[in-house]
Design a binder for this molecule. Structure first.
Ligand code: PLP
Length: 344
């Protein structure tokens, strides 16, 4: 028995059919443990084919671990990581990046939309060069940002050029990486290694999997001993095939992109339906699968009273996130209720 569909989080969704079918297939019979299985080999190869490059691929249970361990692998404890003030690594990972790196400090750039710019990176990176300040080593960007803004290919290229000039590595938190690819209509390679990204955390959970993120190192040298890091952090799945098989289903069928496209379309659908309502303001441009609405408190109250769930942790606005399974009929029902709440 499930409740009526909600859009409070894209993690409310279940497992998409392609991921589920692959898990079911992986469940027939037994297979070697700890990643020495056919599914894990196939999934890794599928990533290399999709990204058109022989990258190193690892699988973690969640995004916090993927990000934290990836950043830790790029840093010594005396290093620092430049990120946006609203970055998930800063606001939603409970200090895990600092913990797994044994103290690498996050340096925060305040930005309105979660996007970093080359100028902001430079200003922070060169603000101190003395021995008393943690040495900048990595820039991490979220693609798309926590509020749904998508870096263009040119923007990623400009950031990586600045990173190279300053001797910094570039990490991408791609918890919704597929949604960025769908929004830009570009190949995954175009906004990652071809644009100068060194390490990508590619989210599976928000793309239709039960659980799991992939960590892709485009420079194999940076992946050295990453397997030990995963194991020590409790991220080496003994029955690895259930973490890797869903990727075979998602990547092989193209569902990774179709899921993201559908989610983005549903966000655009809601945004279009409430555009022009006098009491409603879009807090951010809708470029991916999220819609952030600023509305008077009585309007939000009326929506809650109608049973809608949403978070207001970003600037007090209502956040609606759409997943692979978002039902356009429910999206329209939400739009109708927003309209009614404004009229009421
Ligand atoms: C969801 C999300 C993650 C991963 O979160 P976990 O709960 O650790 O899986 C990472 N980065 C961003 C931007 C996210 O939205």
């Amino acid at each position: 028995m499930t409740d009526a569909q909600q859009f409070a989080s894209d993690n409310y969704a279940g497992i998409c059919p392609e991921a589920w079918a692959a898990m079911e297939a992986a469940n027939r019979g037994s297979a070697p443990a700890y990643g020495d299985d056919e599914w894990t080999t196939q999934a890794s190869d599928a990533f290399r084919a999709l990204f058109e490059t022989p990258c190193e691929v690892f699988f973690a249970f969640n995004g916090t671990a993927a990000n934290s361990l990836a950043l830790a692998s790029l840093c010594q404890s005396y290093h620092s990581v430049i990120c946006a003030s609203s970055a998930h690594v800063e606001t939603d990972e409970c200090g895990a990046p600092e913990f797994f790196s044994n103290g690498s400090k996050l340096l925060i750039v305040p930005t309105p939309d979660g996007k970093l710019t080359p100028d902001a990176v430079r200003a922070l990176a060169v603000s101190r060069t003395d021995i008393h300040f943690p040495k900048p080593r990595v820039v991490t960007i979220t693609q798309p940002t926590e509020t749904g803004q998508v870096y263009t290919v040119e923007e990623v290229r400009a950031l990586s050029a600045m990173c190279r000039e300053l001797g910094l590595k570039l990490h991408m938190d791609g918890a919704r990486f597929a949604h960025a690819c769908a929004a830009l209509g570009c190949a995954p390679a175009d906004i990652t290694w071809k644009a100068g990204v060194d390490v990508l955390c590619f989210g599976g959970t928000k793309n239709g999997m039960a659980v799991g993120e992939a960590v892709l190192f485009f420079d194999p040298a940076l992946a050295q001993d990453f397997d030990y890091r995963c194991k020590q952090a409790g991220q080496l799945a003994s029955k690895m095939r259930f973490l890797s098989a869903p990727w075979v289903g998602l990547l092989g069928s193209g569902a990774w992109l179709a899921n993201a496209r559908h989610a983005n379309d549903c966000a655009a659908r809601l945004a279009a339906a409430v555009a022009g309502l006098p009491e409603i303001e879009l807090m951010f441009p809708v470029e991916a699968n999220g819609v952030f609405l600023r509305a008077p408190e009585p309007v939000l109250e009326a929506l809650r009273a109608k049973g809608w769930r949403f978070y207001t942790f970003i600037g007090g606005g209502a956040r609606f996130m759409f997943a692979w399974d978002a039902d356009p009929v429910r999206v329209d029902a939400l739009a109708d209720d927003i309209r009614a709440a404004c009229a009421g």
